[in-house]
Design a protein around this ligand. Structure first.
Ligand code: UFG
Length: 329
């Protein structure tokens, strides 16, 4: 019996595949390679180049492989792009998930772990954020992820389907092997952008606003290592395999760092002065996003291992130094 990882060539998906294979699981990866990279797929995973919107291809996959659980990362994930092209997000994220769930129901595959996001909350009503807090997304990306969660919930009411939605905070860092890491095109995330400065690819890092109501005026985020996120997927799958109820879990470290603090850590890790410049706020950025992950710790038994920001930035630096152009060299 195998685990099907949809989007297993992407950033968090590829790290989860590495952890699954290290844990001795049989893994099938499906990815359309629109944003994922073939080189990110673990050589021991069986790979199918499949788009989840293609029902025939999904059916063939479930007929050919004995799948007993699905981990679903296959979605577009750029907040800015989702605001400019919302229908692209509805098509891939919502229509794609509809087709996937239809095919799963038709083939009796009844367990799915789903890649959700802190963007489902929108502007938080309190810090740290609990799973029971209100979900009012402020961007289309978060809206589609919340709708995907709801689609799974209603599917689970009508059919024998159980799901776990994992709401990640700020995923970062890279695999300890140095073989895989973060590679987005275009890159919009803070840590890889900061590291482009010591790599000589960028003169300085822009700080999006220093007039937020935080200790140094810059936004606070909860940075969580991608390998810790990957472990949570395995725990969530095992929880469902043991008969666990459908549920939603936050995944973060529970500690917030300002943009300026992250830049300072990167200066210490790289030994580079990393010049910075304050520019206007980026639209839609909440001042603070920090998770309470107590529920994942209590129910799933999750415990982040790589929880110091220095360790996280050092692991990202290790990857970017060796692969300044990501999977293209
Ligand atoms: N930032 C800068 N300069 C940059 C890039 C980012 O100051 O060049 C700031 C942002 O304003 C934000 C922080 O750094 O305050 C982190 O920004 P990221 O783009 O790295 O991450 P976000 O917090 O915006 O996004 C993350 C996930 C999204 C998810 C979102 C929820 O990557 O998938 O949290 O709000 F939707």
């Amino acid at each position: 019996m195998a685990i099907l990882v949809l989007g297993g060539a992407g950033y968090i998906g590829s790290h989860t595949v590495y952890e699954l294979i290290e844990a001795g699981r049989d893994v099938v990866v499906a990815d359309n390679l629109i944003t994922g990279f073939k080189a990110a797929i673990h050589p021991k995973a069986r790979f199918y180049q499949v788009d989840i919107r293609d029902r025939k291809a999904a059916d063939q996959l479930f007929e050919r492989e004995q799948i007993d659980g699905v981990i679903h990362f296959a979605a577009f994930s750029q907040v800015g792009e989702s605001m400019k092209n919302p229908l692209k997000y509805y098509d891939n994220n919502l229509y794609g998930t509809t087709v996937l769930l239809q095919s799963m129901v038709a083939h009796g595959v009844d367990k799915i772990v789903f890649s959700s996001t802190a963007a489902t909350y929108g502007e938080p009503e309190r810090i740290p954020i609990l799973e029971s807090d209100k979900t009012v997304p402020t961007n289309c990306y978060g809206e589609t992820k919340l709708a995907m969660e709801k689609m799974m919930r209603w599917t689970g009411i009508a059919h024998p389907m159980h799901y776990v939605a994992l709401r990640y905070f700020n995923a970062c860092g890279a695999h300890a092997s140095g073989k895989i890491g973060e590679a987005h095109d275009p890159e919009t995330h803070l840590i890889p952008l900061i590291l482009q400065v010591p790599l000589g690819k960028r003169e300085k890092i822009s700080i999006y606003g220093d007039d937020y109501p935080t200790k140094d005026g810059t936004c606070i985020r909860d940075y969580i290592h991608v390998s810790d996120l990957a472990q949570a997927h395995i725990l969530a799958l095992d929880y469902l395999m043991k008969g666990g109820e459908s549920d939603v879990f936050n995944l973060g470290n529970g500690v917030g760092f300002t943009v300026k603090e992250v830049i300072d850590v990167a200066r210490a890790v790289t030994g580079h002065p990393i010049p910075s410049e304050v520019v206007p706020r980026r639209a839609g950025d909440p001042a603070q996003l920090v998770a309470s992950s107590d529920k994942a710790k209590t129910i799933l038994g999750w415990k982040p291992q790589l929880d110091s920001l220095e360790t996280i930035v050092a692991s990202a630096w290790n990857w970017h130094k060796a692969h300044p152009n990501g999977f293209n060299g």
